[in-house]
Design a protein around this ligand. Sequence first.
Ligand SMILES: NC(=O)c1ccc[n+]([C@@H]2O[C@H](COP(=O)([O-])OP(=O)(O)OC[C@H]3O[C@@H](n4cnc5c(N)ncnc54)[C@H](OP(=O)(O)O)[C@@H]3O)[C@@H](O)[C@H]2O)c1
Length: 260
Amino acid sequence: MDLQVTDRVYVITGGARGLGRATADVLVAEGARVVLSGRSAETLAGAAEALGESATTVVADNADPDTPARLIAAAADTWGRLDGALISVGGPPVGPVAGERGISDEQWTTAFESVFLGAVRLGRDLGGAIADDVEETGGGALAFVLSSSVRAPLANMAVSNGLRPGLAMVAKTLADELGPRGVRVNGLLPGRVGTERVAELDEASGDPAAARAAAVRGIPLGRYGEPAEFGRVAAFLLSPAASFVSGAMVPVDGGMLRAL
Ligand SMILES: NC(=O)c1ccc[n+]([C@@H]2O[C@H](COP(=O)([O-])OP(=O)(O)OC[C@H]3O[C@@H](n4cnc5c(N)ncnc54)[C@H](OP(=O)(O)O)[C@@H]3O)[C@@H](O)[C@H]2O)c1
């Protein structure tokens, strides 16, 4: 199947590492061009070197209200068009709602700014900047990197459980609003995909091998996912090959979710 992304341009926030980078790798391999963003110039430089002339980078925090305009400008200045975006960000802090280790008000507020409001602004502004000439461009697409916590709570992940379901409904609402312009909006629900973030979560448990073994027991396919397995699904949803898929939440979890 041809993804039909040759010369199409995608913004990928949180694009230097992890799930964002894995998606950028697939899109570029299929002929697309990407604008990668993140907070560290160093990791972005590494990604840009690996992806060559098909990538440009912007040091930008998703929590910053100026970030969407800077990313739109980078796409326009470098490639002269924008066809879609993958909106990813670092994972929120770990902890329960209540008790001594409970998430503080400050942690809730900081996470809301980057994970929730940052994503809302990016979806709204990047979605609005995608050309609406469907005949000419084949339409555009946004994909939000969310979590299996959209459908079922994760232990000790109060912030993810609190913010992701609301963001999924924002994505669904945006799908209604942007659909008439030919812009599709979907969400991705990773379960346990082996990125640095997941390695850090396992380390934080104090016994990473036991944490991994326990997590794998809940995955019917019996293993963590590879970032490339996520990247292929994300690239498909962003591509014109998925031209009639919008307003969907797509798990990439090896069967882990206990909800349909
Ligand atoms: N991996 C999984 O299995 C899994 C499962 C469920 C949910 N998720 C969610 O999926 C998202 C991506 O996860 P991942 O595994 O790819 O994480 P990761 O390996 O930690 O990569 C996150 C990327 O986002 C960038 N980033 C972090 N904070 C940012 C910010 N405020 N603004 C812009 N860029 C930022 C990071 O670069 P800088 O640090 O340089 O900014 C990095 O490139 C997270 O929100 C995570 O909670 C992942």
